[in-house]
Design a protein around this ligand. Structure first.
Ligand code: BG6
Length: 304
């Protein structure tokens, strides 16, 4: 059952700084604390905005994003589960799984002792139309000076299942052409735009369409925005990292993305995909977590 605005407002009326509204029928929560602002759509448990006091907004949202039921929202942090990209055994299923398209239940919001928002999605007749397994997903969002997401994936069934998952984060940048990603030097990657797995040499610069899956990545990566003079530090336990910018032609082909928006975003996704997919035993839970910290580039030992 979809959660309605009035009910949410009365259920969480005690929480200071919390409001609800909707964008073309999709419910969105806004939480304003002394440290930051956060916005989350219940559809997809989709963080669409985070801004820490004194910093620029962390996330890119497309001006052409669609706000429709069971439709992915372009930008922010879509949650990818239980498959990444086109489904290999059923190519006609929607890309990147169904978790980003369904409404999650808002189960908890608190501002003390720490600020936390929790959303949940459990397997149902609807999810079983696409994927037969019993599962529970819980997303814990910690909006502080930095943003942390901790995503629990639990097998509620009696059979083990393999799955892929990713925090598909769209970072807002001043100009992708003047950004680079550090931390992946020496990592093996699969290039969607080329045939063979290759090894990364040095930083990633953006000079054309970029769409790569890196495997067994280190815990900390950096996105340096040289034009803005800022850096985003991405710390995650994820083994895969997907680096994506659609560039000119793909941007034109995407209906929910402006032709001129590609320089304003870089996706660095933290996930478990392809060679790093996870097999979850009955009763088992895994956590996929990431923290994003913004800082001036000049203060960083990883300035480049
Ligand atoms: C990335 C993929 O993760 O997501 C790209 O590597 C894809 O190939 C991009 O284009 C966006 O996917 P979607 O389904 O949101 O358009």
């Amino acid at each position: 059952m979809r959660q309605n605005l009035q009910h949410l407002r009365s259920q969480f009326s005690e929480i200071p700084g919390l409001t609800f509204d909707d964008e073309k029928g999709l419910v969105r929560l806004t939480l304003v604390t002394p440290e930051c602002q956060l916005q989350v759509f219940l559809q997809g448990a989709h963080v669409s905005h985070f801004q820490s006091l004194g910093q620029e907004p962390l996330l890119f949202m497309s001006e052409k994003a669609r706000y429709e039921e069971e439709t992915p929202i372009r930008g922010g942090i879509p949650l990818i589960f239980p498959w990444f990209g086109p489904r290999r055994d059923r190519p006609n299923s929607g890309a990147h799984g169904f978790a980003r398209n369904l409404e999650w239940k808002l189960t908890q919001v608190q501002t003390s002792p720490e600020t936390m928002v929790v959303l949940e999605l459990t397997s149902s007749d609807r999810t079983k139309l696409e994927w037969g397994h019993d599962f529970r997903l819980r997303l814990y969002i910690y909006p502080e000076k930095s943003l942390t997401l901790s995503w629990e994936i639990e097998n509620l069934g009696e059979r083990a299942f393999p799955f892929e998952a990713a925090l598909h984060t769209y970072f807002r940048v001043s100009n992708a052409r003047h950004c680079c990603v550090l931390g992946l030097d020496g990592a093996r990657y699969l290039d969607h735009l080329g045939p063979e797995p290759i090894e990364q040499q040095g930083p990633i610069n953006f000079e054309a369409e970029t769409d790569r899956i890196y495997f067994n990545v280190p815990e900390t990566l950096y996105l340096n925005d040289k034009e803005a003079g800022t850096q985003i530090e991405i710390s995650s336990n994820a083994l895969s990292s997907i680096v994506w910018n659609p560039w000119v032609d793909k941007a034109r082909r995407m209906e929910d993305f402006g032709d001129e928006e590609w320089p304003s975003m870089v996706c660095i996704e933290s996930g478990a995909v392809r060679d790093n997919e996870i097999h979850l035993l009955p009763g088992e839970t895994v956590i996929l977590a990431a923290t994003y910290i913004q800082a001036p580039l000049a203060d960083s030992p990883a300035a480049h």
